[in-house]
Design a protein around this ligand. Structure first.
Ligand code: SAM
Ligand code: SF4
Length: 308
């Protein structure tokens, strides 16, 4: 289905929970999140119904995210059901920690796995995730790589954390046989991580003297002199809103037309009335053309709620 700017909206990102085993400094509130009551959450059945309606309206791809999607009880069963009953490309974005225990069930239905690892330095990893263990994330990445063809490592680009280890990361990704992308850290209203760690990818690309090789979706891939590759996703220094094909569903049933916008459509009343397609149509019709972070318009919700 097309939005008012003639963009075909085919990709739904589904946040299964805003809870997480980590509290990354740029994502969560320092004290974590208060658990939502069951009544507030969409059930897995309702989540399936929204995905199914999205598919009926021309949806092609769904990605499960969170919080940490694999901490939601029943997440794997829902993903399996979507794989069994709906003809959609299925992706998963995860910090990797729970992949080893679930990959056997996920491997037959999930074709795209993104594992978020911001640094290969154990101490910095522990610092940025607020006590996470790098070895657990790498074990998850290894499990994904063994079982799924399309595995990517996503790292949020941060000054002082990983901006000086881009080559080391590219070597690591090349050794592992996975695709590497750095994502520009985005500022959010109630989080000052951007003031501490924010850096433009342009600065890093120039510093390393990288050569642009190709653009795939919203990622630009660059090459080092030795041919190793690194991708950059640049929502700030190279806005890709004109190509946006996404809608987001939160775990409490809000459809968000834009990652950085204020609007939301509550799908619950639509689910009750059996016309959830109308909620999706409404959300698509409300998609703004572009975010306006550069104009100072910052999202007040947290990334762990939105799902990235
Ligand atoms: N817990 C899972 C994970 O970390 O992959 C999935 C949810 S997380 C919110 C999804 C993605 O959003 C992660 O790659 C994370 O690094 C990214 N993210 C979170 N906050 C961000 C921010 N302020 N700017 C850019 N990316 C961010
Ligand atoms: Fe959790 Fe992912 Fe947010 Fe880190 S980025 S706190 S792993 S949801």
């Amino acid at each position: 289905m097309k939005d008012t700017f003639q963009r075909e909206i085919t990709y739904l990102r589904v946040s299964l929970t805003d809870l997480c085993n980590y509290r990354c400094r740029y994502c969560m509130k320092e004290r974590g999140v208060e658990k939502k009551s069951h009544a507030d959450l969409l059930t897995l059945e309702e989540t399936f119904d929204v995905i199914s309606a999205f598919k009926s309206l021309g949806g092609k791809k769904v990605r499960f995210t969170g919080g940490e999607p694999l901490v939601r009880r029943g997440a794997v069963s829902l993903i399996e059901r979507v794989g069994r009953e709906l003809d959609l490309e299925i992706g998963l974005t995860t910090n990797g920690v729970y992949l080893p225990e679930h990959i056997d069930r996920l491997k037959d239905v999930v074709s795209l796995v993104n594992v978020s690892i911001d640094t290969l330095d154990r101490d910095k990893y522990r610092f940025i995730t607020m006590d996470g263990n790098l070895d657990d994330a790498i074990a998850g990445l290894v499990a994904a790589k063994k079982n799924v063809d399309n595995v990517k490592v996503n790292a949020v680009l941060m000054r002082g954390i990983n901006d000086d280890s881009v080559k080391e990361f590219a070597d690591f990704a090349s050794d592992m046989g996975v695709t590497l992308r750095f994502i520009e850290l985005m500022p959010f209203a109630e989080n000052n991580a951007y003031d501490k760690f924010g850096i433009s990818a342009t600065e890093v690309i120039d510093r390393y003297g990288l050569t642009l090789v190709e653009t795939v979706g919203n990622a630009e891939y660059y090459s080092f002199a030795d041919g190793k590759r690194v991708g950059f996703i640049r929502p700030l220094s190279n806005k890709f809103c004109a190509e946006c094909n996404r809608l987001r569903l939160t775990s409490d049933g809000k459809l968000l037309p834009c990652l950085h916008g204020e609007g939301e459509i509550d799908v619950k009343p639509y689910l009750k009335d059996g016309n959830v397609e109308d909620a999706i149509k409404e959300a698509i019709s409300q998609k703004p053309f572009c975010h306006n972070i550069d104009g100072g318009k910052m999202q007040t919700r947290r990334m762990n709620y939105i799902g990235g």
